[in-house]
Design a protein around this ligand. Structure first.
Ligand code: AFD
Ligand code: MN
Ligand code: MN
Length: 408
């Protein structure tokens, strides 16, 4: 059992002069899970029900609390305003979250579902739609204050589907104006995260399509606006760790939405397709932090909502692989890497990096988790708990199973 292999964990740590720092970093890693990752979802062609899924905000908070109970490193839950607070701010959510052992994290406005957003939100040529979108975001800032949230996390579906449909530059100017208005309403305790995405649902151009556009909008808005990197929001050939390195160096990396993809924004569980890429991202972060001598302020958040896996199990998988890959990046021998680079010893440098990636860090995760008073293997512990079957029975009895019509 890799997670309980104490000898392997000891061997790994004994070989590192910074063993204590590695263990501390692994204990302090905090990953925010998304409320929408616990509710029923599907594909663009239909929703698929899971009996154990969360139907209410309380159940989403309960599920996020269960993930934190088993994972131990997921103390906050990101909220999606229209889905989680359909009737506006609800201060009881804070207390219930605390009762579930977690706190409210990022506030995600929703300016992509109402009919008035058919041609966009901040970028819409129709002023009334733009005003509604700005007002919703201003309401979200107030909600964030009530929820004592540190982050206003903005993603826009805005763009066009056909050449000539609208002026790309006019839309850029509309975004600048709207973002500045929302930014001005934020308390200094809040950070605006601006998320980019190359395409979908817009298929000719997306108004915030890449990191450069998000960077410019953030710079225009103010010092508490940063870029949010969703790992699924890149073309297949893009070097994401290079983007991360630049944003870190410019102090413009606000956070991540973790998920994996084979083709597009598939929202698969992290590391299920390309774990090496996520390791390389963490390698850039850890080398930056070690060179600077202090941790960067980065919001590590999950953004997945696949309908094929049980929701809580999928979340525990993502959190566990994040912990493992983060540990691998912590194991990189930075001095040996720098020396090999300085000698242009390409193979030596690559083997130094790749050797850390190929190291099985499950024994180390198991050791750290036991130090935290947790079972060595969170997923195995959860899967044998019977929790999924229990809440499926309770929730179906309470809410019934939605008819297909409910998902039309
Ligand atoms: C969709 C978008 C984007 C956003 C998320 C939550 O592509 O990633 O962050 O929904 O609103 O996945
Ligand atoms: Mn996202
Ligand atoms: Mn996405």
């Amino acid at each position: 059992m890799p997670y309980t292999d104490a000898a392997a964990a000891k061997k790994l740590l004994d070989a590192r002069p910074n063993a204590d720092a590695i263990v501390t970093a692994l204990k302090n890693l905090a990953i925010e899970t998304p409320s929408w990752g616990y509710a029923d979802t599907g594909t663009r062609f239909g929703k698929f029900h899971q009996p154990a899924c969360a139907r209410t905000m309380k159940e989403k908070l309960e599920d996020a609390g269960v993930v934190h109970k088993y994972a131990g490193i997921c103390p906050t839950v990101a909220t999606h305003v229209l889905w989680d607070f359909p009737n506006g701010p609800d201060a009881t959510v804070i207390d219930y979250a605390k009762k579930c052992g977690i706190e409210i994290g990022a506030i995600n406005p929703n300016v992509f579902q109402d009919q008035c957003y058919k041609f966009g939100s901040f970028g819409n040529p129709n002023e009334t739609s733009r005003k509604q979108a700005v007002q919703h975001c201003l309401d979200c800032v107030e909600l964030g204050k009530t929820m004592q949230s540190k982050y206003l996390s903005l993603w826009f579906a805005d763009g066009t589907n056909y050449p000539g449909q609208d002026s790309i530059r006019a839309r850029k100017h509309r975004f600048t104006e709207a973002l500045k208005k929302v930014y001005a309403a934020m308390p200094t305790s809040m950070t605006m995260l601006i998320e980019y995405k190359p395409f979908e649902p817009a298929f000719y151009h997306t108004d915030i399509a890449d990191w450069g556009m998000a960077y410019i909008f953030a710079k225009q808005a103010g010092p508490n606006a940063k870029v949010l990197v969703d790992t699924g929001h890149h073309y297949l050939s893009q070097n994401i760790e290079q983007i991360v390195a630049w944003l870190l160096d410019e102090d413009m990396l606000g956070g991540f939405h973790f998920n994996d993809r084979r083709y597009a924004d598939d929202d698969l569980t992290l590391g299920s397709i390309d774990p090496y890429q996520i390791f390389r991202i963490f390698n850039e972060i850890i080398s930056f932090e070690q060179e600077r001598g202090k941790p960067a302020t980065i919001a590590y958040m999950v953004d997945q909502s696949h309908c094929i896996k049980p929701k809580i199990e999928a979340m525990l998988q993502t959190v566990d692989i994040t912990h493992q890959l983060f540990a691998k990046a912590l194991l990189v021998d930075r001095k040996a890497l720098r020396d090999a680079q300085a000698r242009t010893d390409v193979v030596g440098a690559e083997e130094t990096l790749r050797g850390a990636f190929l190291t099985d860090t499950r024994p180390l995760i198991g050791y750290v988790r036991q130090q935290m008073g947790l079972a060595p293997d969170a997923l195995a512990e959860y899967r044998t708990s019977g929790h999924e079957a229990r809440i499926a029975k309770e929730r179906e009895a309470q809410h019934g199973s939605p008819s297909d019509a409910a998902y039309a």
